[in-house]
Design a protein. Structure first.
Length: 115
């Protein structure tokens, strides 16, 4: 389910947008992402581009969460990308009903799905 007209986010979801934008700024890359696990812990990351490893920002955030024993996700935000990001599939694999928010690099909400 998609609600592209929804721009009002809960405080917790808005925090994820801030964390994702911060990750994007720190890495100097075009994308940032953040996830909130089912325990309320948050993880933020940017793109990883190495010869031996390439991950989107959302894949990186999911990997950080999973490696910290997260069992599922409440919400995920990807900034500067869209729902075709392969990290969305990783979020959905563990938590099909998680909210996925796509925002522009300025933080404007473009799309919300899973609500």
């Amino acid at each position: 389910m998609t609600d592209e007209g929804r721009t009002e986010l809960s405080q917790e979801d808005a925090k994820l947008v801030v964390l994702a934008r911060g990750a994007m700024a720190r890495t100097g890359r075009g994308h940032g992402a953040a996830v909130r696990d089912t325990d309320g812990r948050t993880y933020a990351a940017g793109d990883v581009t190495l010869t031996a490893l390439t991950l989107s920002a959302l894949q990186s955030a999911v990997a950080a969460a999973i490696s910290s024993a997260a069992e599922g996700f409440e919400a995920a935000v990807v900034v500067g990308a869209d729902t075709s990001d392969p990290g969305v599939d990783a979020v959905r694999e563990l938590s099909p009903s998680a909210v996925v928010i796509v925002a522009s690099s300025s933080g404007s909400v473009l799309e919300v799905s899973g609500v």
